[in-house]
Ligand binder design. Structure first.
Ligand code: NAD
Length: 450
């Protein structure tokens, strides 16, 4: 008898659809199929694989609106963001694949009468395990380099967003050869079974705790890992910062994707001399955000599920009980939302500053010297992104911050083919950039007399 995963609109628990939960006993058989398909897939030329993938992704183009509505219904984000996410996946394959192709072409060295080739070969079967907050792009960013490099992929999407993931895979599979891209559905039980199966690489995006468990399970056979984990990104606002721009950024970044983003700002450290003006501006900006369902032209959507909302409420309660102040917002336990909030006087040991929050809350604290700001910003097990607003000494401060990605007077992001990379317990292994693309391959050195 099949078991099902039912998908519900997080705003009102309306049933949207269901998928069959994958029987854990079937997973090793699916991996076998992937292995068989990989033998043929890796023997295609890289241009043939890219042609397949560009064609496959273009299947999304006429469906962008339909897919975006499904994504919004299932995950709760507003329609514009969903359209952007689907559209990115539909249109970015040709240039991303070209970057991968360039990064993994064989390098040849000749010297002392010898010729050495450095090849970047496929690893085999890649498990892509993905979260719900960007249910398409988080999977897509790992699926594409894995497939271009000649691996086959088994995707295990989040149990919160199975429908949109299934729709994506179905469209790709109108074009891709059989079993090159498979999907399994389930929660951590299926995830663990996939990690323990005979896959060669696990490309994971999700929480730190799941990452630790995946690493433990993958260690028995030294499986390759790419780990994109959680964050607790700090924003430092120096005394000579453009306060208005910094306040606007603090709100926009803390509220992005309803705060449910790994690189959203979660801790704001403001110089004590400007904190009052800064807080007033933050509250004014926060008031401009509207909360509601994806079809109500709202900026802030629901929290993905009750469990997650309770974690957030517990963090807020912990902070307020220990002396933090709610400057703006309302704490409503009865619906699916965390309304845009501003909390100040947050201390380093409060859960709001130690644990990932994942909600539209600007959490503020003060500092008196730049050294104190650096110490506080680095006082976290996470190290994904960090942002500084200010003038004097900003580059020096940036160089002392423990983060994989930094922004100075702007958010994260870069020009060029650079990696999406975390430090400390925000992960290791990464995608993007020549080094990132090569992590989906096995390096092989072949030397002969020339
Ligand atoms: P999660 O870790 O609960 O789940 C992610 C995926 O892993 C899901 O598919 C889940 O079923 C599966 N899973 C859970 N436990 C597992 C286990 N032990 N073995 C194998 N699979 C397992 O994360 P989530 O709640 O879906 O997503 C939110 C988290 O993802 C946040 O921590 C966020 O910061 C992080 N994230 C990180 C990035 C990044 O690029 N660094 C991007 C997006 C999200």
């Amino acid at each position: 008898m099949n078991e099902f995963i039912k998908s519900f609109n997080p705003v009102n628990q309306e049933f949207i659809g269901e998928v069959v939960k994958t029987d854990v006993n079937e997973i090793s058989k699916l991996v076998e199929k992937s292995k068989i398909a990989q033998k043929k897939w890796k023997n295609l030329t890289i241009d043939e694989r890219i042609d397949y993938l560009v064609n496959a992704s273009s299947q999304l183009i006429p469906e962008i609106n339909k897919l975006a509505i499904l994504l919004s219904k299932e995950m709760g984000k507003d329609l514009n963001r969903s359209i952007g996410e689907v559209s990115g996946c539909a249109h970015d394959v040709s240039y991303k694949a070209a970057e991968v192709k360039e990064a993994i072409q064989t390098q040849v060295f000749e010297n002392y009468g010898m010729k050495t080739q450095m090849q970047y070969n496929a690893l085999g079967v890649c498990a892509v395990i993905s979260p719900w907050n960007y249910p398409l792009s988080m999977a897509h960013w790992l699926i594409i380099p894995a497939l271009v490099a000649g691996n086959t992929v088994i995707l295990k999407p989040s149990e919160e967003t199975p429908l949109i993931s299934q729709a994506y895979v179905d469209l790709f599979n109108k074009i891709l050869p059989k079993d090159v891209l498979q999907i399994i559905h389930g929660d951590e039980i299926q995830g663990k079974a996939l990690v323990n199966s005979d896959v060669n690489l696990i490309a994971f995006t999700g929480s730190k705790d799941a990452g630790i468990n995946i690493m433990q399970n993958a260690s028995s056979k030294l499986k390759r890992l790419i780990m994109e984990l959680g964050g607790k990104d700090p924003l430092i606002v120096l005394k000579d910062a453009d306060i208005n721009k910094a306040a606007r950024f603090a709100v926009a970044s803390s509220f992005e994707n309803s705060g449910q983003m790994c690189t959203s700002t979660e801790r704001v450290y403001v110089h004590e001399s400007i904190i009052e003006v800064f807080e007033n501006l933050v509250v004014e900006y926060a008031k401009q955000y509207k909360t509601g369902s994806w079809d109500e032209e709202a900026d802030i959507g629901p929290i993905i599920n009750k469990k997650q909302k309770n974690i957030i409420l517990e963090q807020v309660e912990d902070a307020l009980n220990k002396g933090a102040k709610l400057l703006y917002g309302k704490i409503n336990k009865d619906d699916a939302f965390i309304y845009p909030s501003v909390i100040t006087d947050v201390k380093q040991d409060m859960k709001l500053f130690t644990d990932e929050t994942f909600a539209a809350i600007v959490s503020i604290s003060s500092f008196s010297t730049n050294d104190e700001a650096i110490l506080k910003a680095n006082d976290s097990e996470f190290g994904l992104g960090a942002v500084i607003f200010g003038k004097e000494d900003v580059e020096n401060i940036a160089s002392q911050l423990e983060a994989g990605m930094l922004g100075i007077n702007q958010g994260l992001g870069s020009v060029g083919d650079t990696p999406w990379v975390g430090s400390k317990q925000s992960g290791f292994g990464y995608h993007g950039s020549p080094d990132g693309h090569r992590q989906f391959t096995q390096v092989k050195i072949i030397t002969q007399r020339s």
